[in-house]
Design a protein around this ligand. Structure first.
Ligand code: MN
Length: 358
C-alpha cells in the first residue's frame, strides 16, 4: 500500500458470482430452472428459468476481468493497487434475478444470492459492502427478505431501474417497502441498465445509443419517487442511482420544480417541499468517467455525488483508476475531492477506517 495513491471509496462495484452459485444453493426441485451461465467459443450466456437473459461476446468479458474479479482475497490486492478502499458491490449475474415471474423461484434465487453475499463478500473483508436483493413480485416477500437481510448486516438493497408497466415505483404497492427501508436505515440502491433488455435499438450507432438508453430509467425512478410523494413521506429514505452519472440531477431537479409550479393546478399529490429540495437531500448518484459530475458538486449545488470504479466491468476504471482520478480531481479542491471520493460514501455506508501510513 502506498500513500502516493489518491485513496477513494467506490459507490458502484460488482461481484462476479461463481457459475455454480444457484445450482449449489437451490433446492433440487428448482435446479433445472435456476440462474446459470453457459459458455461456448464465442459467447457467455446467462439463462434464468430457461429464458436467455443476456448474451455477451467472450471478447467483452474474459480479457477485461481483473485477477480479483471472482476471489475476495485477490480483489483486495486489486483494490489496494488501484487506491480503492471501500466498495459498494452489486451483483453481476444476480442483476438478472429481477422480475423472475415464478414466485417460488424468485424468492429462492434471491435468498441464495443474499446468503452467498453475506458469507463470501461481507464477512471476508469488511471493506466491501454488498447490496442485498429482495423479491418484488409480492411485496410481503420483499418485506420478509428486507427484514432478514437487515438482520444479516446488509446496509443497502439493490433494486432494478426498470420495472414492468403496472409496477412503476410511484404506485401504492411499493409503499410498505419504502416505509420498511426507511425504518431499517437501508439505502435503496438502483443500478442503471437493470430490469429490462439492454438493447432497445439495432441501427447505426447502436452501441452508443443503447449505452445511453440504460441511463434513462434511473432518471425515471427519481422522478416517480419525487412526484408520487415517496421522498416527501419518507424524508430519511436515501436513494442511490449507481453508474448513471451525476450532472443530470440538477437538470432534472430544475425540470421537476418547473412542472410542480407551472402545472400546479394538475399536480397530485401536493408536496411539502419543492422536488429539487427533496432530490438534493435524498438522492445520491455515482459516476466513473463523467467530467461534468465534479462541477455538478462544485458549481451547481448538488452535493450527493459519489465516485465509483464499476469494478470489474468494462465500463469501469480498473487499470486506469489513478489516471482517471487525477483527470477528474486535479482541478478540484482537496475538500471537494474528499466529499465526492470518500465522505459521501461514508454518509451512506459504514466500513472500517483505512489504516494510515506513519
Ligand atoms: Mn456498475
Amino acid at each position: 500500500m502506498t500513500d502516493d495513491l489518491i485513496w477513494v471509496n467506490s459507490g458502484d462495484s460488482h461481484v462476479l458470482e461463481p457459475d455454480s452459485l444457484w445450482i449449489d444453493r437451490l433446492p433440487a426441485a428448482l435446479a433445472d430452472r435456476c440462474p446459470r451461465v453457459e459458455r461456448d467459443d464465442k459467447y457467455e450466456t446467462i439463462f434464468v428459468d430457461g429464458q436467455r437473459m443476456l448474451r455477451l461476446l467472450n471478447a467483452f468479458t474474459e480479457p477485461t476481468r481483473p485477477p480479483g474479479a471472482y476471489e475476495m482475497s485477490k480483489r483486495l490486492i486489486d483494490m489496494d493497487a488501484e487506491g480503492v478502499w471501500g466498495q459498494l458491490v452489486f451483483p453481476s449475474r444476480g442483476l438478472w434475478l429481477c422480475g423472475i415471474a415464478d414466485r417460488e423461484l424468485e424468492v429462492a434465487s434471491i435468498r441464495a444470492y443474499n446468503d452467498w453475499a453475506a458469507e463470501e463478500v461481507m464477512e471476508s473483508t469488511g471493506r466491501i459492502v454488498p447490496a442485498g436483493m429482495v423479491p418484488v413480485g409480492d411485496i410481503n416477500d420483499a418485506l420478509a427478505e428486507l427484514a432478514r437481510i437487515k438482520g444479516m448486516g446488509f446496509q443497502a438493497v439493490f433494486l432494478a431501474t426498470s420495472v414492468p408497466a403496472g409496477m412503476e415505483y410511484g404506485l401504492d404497492r411499493w409503499e410498505p417497502l419504502w416505509a420498511a427501508a426507511e425504518e431499517a436505515g437501508l439505502v435503496l440502491a438502483f443500478h442503471i441498465g437493470t430490469g429490462d433488455s439492454p438493447v432497445v435499438y439495432r441501427g447505426p450507432g447502436a452501441a452508443i445509443v443503447n449505452y445511453w438508453e440504460t441511463c434513462v430509467p434511473g432518471q425515471r425512478v427519481v422522478t416517480q419517487l419525487v412526484a408520487s410523494g415517496v421522498l416527501d413521506r419518507h424524508p430519511n429514505l436515501r436513494i442511490l442511482i449507481a453508474e448513471g452519472g451525476a450532472s443530470w440531477v440538477p437538470a432534472l431537479a430544475d425540470r421537476l420544480d418547473e412542472a410542480y409550479r407551472q402545472h400546479g393546478v394538475y399536480v397530485q399529490p401536493k408536496l411539502s417541499e419543492l422536488p429539487s429540495v427533496q432530490i438534493y437531500r435524498q438522492v445520491f448518484t455515482s459516476f466513473q468517467h463523467d467530467v461534468s459530475a465534479v462541477p455538478a458538486f462544485t458549481a451547481m449545488g448538488y452535493k450527493n455525488v459519489m465516485w465509483g470504479d464499476d469494478y470489474p466491468h468494462l465500463e469501469g476504471t480498473y487499470g486506469h483508476t489513478q489516471k482517471t482520478l487525477h483527470e477528474l480531481f486535479d482541478g478540484a479542491t482537496p475538500d471537494d475531492t474528499r466529499s465526492i471520493t470518500i465522505d459521501n460514501f461514508e454518509k451512506l455506508f459504514s466500513i472500517p477506517a483505512r489504516p494510515r501510513a506513519n
